[in-house]
Design a protein around this ligand. Sequence first.
Ligand code: THU
Length: 140
Amino acid sequence: MINEKELIKLAIEARKGAYTPYSKYKVGAALLTKSGKIYKGCNIECAAYSACTCAERTALLKAVSEGDSEFVAIAVVGGTETETDDFSDYASPCGVCRQYLREFCDPKNMKVIIAKSLDDMKVFTLEEMLPMSFGPDNLK
Ligand code: THU
């Protein structure tokens, strides 16, 4: 069972690690594996902007590099530096992160939780976020 609030709480915690000297927009993600393990991620920016890494991909990179590649949900929160646990907007995963999730997750079952707070969230399937997607199956 997915405890959405718990996952959002961990995404908020993960966000504290964000390194964002350029955008000053901090994102946190908490990625839940099939076996119940949680990987946290934050965005990490770089003076060469194209090398910036989003929070979602940081979490995925940590998990996959540790041998975990089956996921059931990810929670994402984000906002400006002054926002801490109550965000003015939802931080919706960028297109690249949606595609990266698609690489490892079942689009119909993977839940993407975006939240402004512990009590204000929206839950989508990855398929809803990335319809008609191209994925590993297309190359078989
Ligand atoms: N960002 C994320 O971490 N995740 C997303 O899905 C959207 C954008 C980060 C990247 C960059 O550090 C900052 O937010 C502004 O784009």
